[in-house]
Structures are given as C-alpha cells and as structure tokens.
Design a protein around this ligand. Structure first.
Ligand code: GLU
Length: 280
C-alpha cells in the first residue's frame, strides 16, 4: 500500500516534469499549458479606449476587445485569471509582437498589407470605419473640411496615415500616443476634430464626462478590419484563434459582447465578418 503510494507520487512527479519540459518553449509569455498548467498568457490591448479596451479605476479591464481576447484565451486553454493584460499602444503593436512581449494583440488593430509584412493576423472579428469626432456646434462635416484645421490622431494608426495619404493632406495633424489625449484636446479647444475608428469615437462620446458635447460626423472614411495580431510565422496560433473567433460568432458570444460594449454608446456596428474576408 505504502509502496504503491510512493510509486504513484513518483509517477506524478515524472509526468509533471515531462509536461514542464514540453512547455519549456522560448515563449516567455506562454509558460504554462493553459487551464491545466496554471501558467499565464500575456495579451495586448488598449488601456484608454472606452467600449474597446479600458483600464477601469478598480484596475479591471472592460471593452469589446477585452471580451474577444478573453474568449480567445479561453479557447486556448486559459481562464480569465490567467490573462495578464499588457498595454499595446498603436505605435507599439508590431514591436510588442516581434519581441514576444505578448502572445496576441486585440487592440482595435486593423489588418493591412504594411502590417502584414511584420506580423500575422487572425480574423477579422469586426469591421469599423474611420470617422471624425467634433464639438456639437462644429461646422466640420466632411473630410476635406479638415484641410487647414487642427486635427488630432494617434501615431502608428491607420487613421493618421489615411489623413496624410488621402483624406486631408493639408490638415494640421497632431499625433499623440493615445486617443484619450486627443479627446482632451477636443474638449479644451486645442484641436478642432479627432479622427479614428467610429467604434472608438462612439465610446468616448458616450462617456459621462463628455455627454452632449461632441458629435460623430458619420462619414465612413475607410474600412478598418480588426484582426488579432500574432508574431510573424506563428501560423499555429493564427489557426487556433480563427477557430475560436468562428466559435465566438456561432455561439452567440460575439453578439453578447457587441450588445454589452457598443450598446451603451449607441454604436451601430457592422455584422460579424467572415474569417479571412477583408473589406477593402
Ligand atoms: N484601427 C486603426 C488602427 O489599427 C485605428 C485605431 C488604433 O489606432 O488602434 O490603426
């Protein structure tokens, strides 16, 4: 009896050490084997975008990207408590993945050819559109009205790039590191408009502290296909995440996350995209 117990303990120890060896990859953010291993997974999100990815005063995180990332991590075998949220600002996303700081990024991250040179994408899981946020009494109503105006966007975003390239090359564009700084500038009058995805702008506009002060122009200036970024070459993770996203949509969890996060802002989102279907 006693001997059998010792043998069982030894066998367990052997299994554990083998499991530890199997998991001993170079991935510093993926040290455990999901829910069974108790390891952590590092996930990149935004920290300052209401409705998308927001660090709340109590230190918890909320938003559509947070819910999508939590669902995906769950399908990869990680419980919510095993997720370590890492802030990945617009300009930092490619580098964070290349360095292996995070396993994946769900941070209003549009799929495009330039980024695909550096990272791989699963998805898309949301189709948003670039828009403008202005003060309630503003006369800015279309893209070309921005030429000569003080406009704010974020470094490393497609929003800033599109302004330079096509929408309003003569706008006086200021680029900050996060949209919350742009919104503060709009409120103070330092800038005349903020531009980025309608999904993000709607979240800011509906915040208590800004309620009734701003309006969205409703312009659909671009198509922003949100993808989940992973390290270049990690096709196994892309496949797993695509399967997870498909399940999130078919199970109804995607719609639940949409209603919960976009409902309060009154944001009218597009239907769930099909995996691999990029709207140009
Ligand atoms: N979706 C756009 C992008 O990926 C704008 C939002 C952002 O900066 O995260 O650049």
């Amino acid at each position: 009896m006693k001997l059998r117990k010792v043998t069982a303990v030894a066998a367990t120890a052997l299994v554990l050490s083998l499991a530890a060896t199997a998991c001993g990859s170079s991935d510093k953010n993926d040290s455990g084997s999901g829910s069974s291993g108790g390891g952590k997974i590092k996930v990149g999100i935004k920290f300052d975008q209401p409705g998308i990815g927001l660090k709340q005063p109590d230190g918890s995180f909320a938003g559509f990207d947070v819910d999508v990332a939590t669902y995906v991590a769950g399908q990869l075998g990680y419980k919510p408590a095993q997720i370590e949220w890492v802030e990945t600002k617009s300009a930092d996303r490619e580098n964070a993945l290349a360095r292996g700081d995070v396993k994946f990024i769900a941070a209003s991250y549009s799929i495009n050819d330039e980024r695909k040179q550096k990272v791989d994408f699963a998805g898309p899981y949301l189709l948003a559109h670039q828009d403008l946020l202005v003060k309630k009494d503003s006369t800015i109503a279309k893209g070309t009205d921005l030429n000569g105006k003080k406009l704010c966007s974020v470094t490393g975003s497609t929003s800033a790039q599109n302004i330079h390239d096509t929408i309003a090359p003569k706008a006086n564009l200021r680029e900050y590191s996060g949209y919350s700084e742009c919104i503060a500038g709009l409120q103070s009058g330092a800038v005349d408009a903020v531009t980025t995805d309608d999904s993000i702008l709607a979240g800011f506009a509906s915040q208590d502290k800004y309620k009734g002060q701003f309006k969205l122009a409703g312009l659909k200036l671009s198509n922003e296909n949100y993808g989940i970024g992973v390290k270049k070459g990690d096709s196994a993770t892309v496949t797993k995440i695509n399967t997870a996203l498909e399940k999130m949509v078919s199970s109804g969890a995607w719609q639940t996350a949409v209603t919960k996060n976009f409902g309060p802002a009154g944001y009218k989102n597009e239907p769930a995209p099909k995996i691999g279907n990029i709207v140009k």
